[in-house]
Design a protein around this ligand. Structure first.
Ligand code: DX5
Ligand code: ZN
Length: 221
């Protein structure tokens, strides 16, 4: 795919230095930032807690260079955080299809709050369930690990989902998330993904800029 964008996931960074970590990524050439927000209130969608909209608001103020925040909302009842995240400065609100009974209403609400719409599916969810919404969203997120933690193994068997979506919806942004790095980017690019989340492969590198460039180059070939 031409013009792939690289969005480091800072879930695996030093969360006590979040602002500095985000800046480090932007200075290394990140196209956007993928923020994983499993919130602590209500029933957990994943067995992890990171941060919520107050942190996003602080980051947005501190970074001051208008980064694009892609919020990966790994939460139950994603309806409840739309407005707070919009107010905090989130640019894209990516929710899980599995977490809501009414995707249509949620999509509308996200738009009315001025954000782009991302729709995510877990590895166990068939892409057929996402298809009916594809014309109403900005981005489809095909998870390539079970959501929750960074550093897991890439699930190559998710690539047919990406490929199918790319064939059916040529202009849709398609994001992959989980275990994506220099060893797995080829598969993602081949299948047609154009928004590439990469956590540990970038964060753990001593030279994040070169990893980001490598991912972008392979993907845009
Ligand atoms: C998994 C998260 C990912 C994660 C990616 O729950 O959605 O964004 O941080 O990290 P890596 O690239 O290490 O799998
Ligand atoms: Zn994520």
């Amino acid at each position: 795919a031409s013009g792939c964008k690289i969005g480091p996931s800072i879930l695996n960074s030093d969360l006590a230095s979040l602002g500095a970590e985000c800046l480090r990524m932007l200075d290394s050439g990140a196209d956007y930032l993928h923020l994983d927000a499993p919130c602590s209130s209500g029933r957990h969608f994943v067995p992890n807690i990171t941060f919520g909209h107050p942190v996003v608001e602080s980051l947005q103020k501190q970074l001051g260079q208008d980064p694009f925040f892609d919020m990966h909302m790994m939460v139950s009842r994603p309806e409840q955080w739309v407005k707070p995240m919009a107010v905090a400065g989130a640019n894209q609100y990516t929710f899980h299809l599995e977490a809501t009974d009414n995707p249509g209403a949620l999509i509308k609400d996200i738009r009315e709050n001025g954000m782009k719409v991302g729709l995510a599916i877990k590895p166990g969810t068939s892409v057929e369930y996402l298809a009916p919404w594809a014309n109403q969203i900005d981005m489809a997120l095909v998870m390539t690990v079970e959501p929750g933690f960074g550093g897991q193994k890439f699930m190559e068997d998710m690539m047919p989902k990406v490929h199918w979506l790319r064939t059916q919806f040529p202009s849709l942004d398609i994001e992959v998330d989980g275990g994506v790095g220099p060893d797995t980017i080829h598969k993602c690019a081949e299948a047609g993904a154009n928004m590439i989340v990469s956590g540990s492969a970038i964060m753990r590198s001593e030279d994040p800029r070169s990893v980001i460039n490598l991912l972008r180059n392979v993907c845009s070939e």
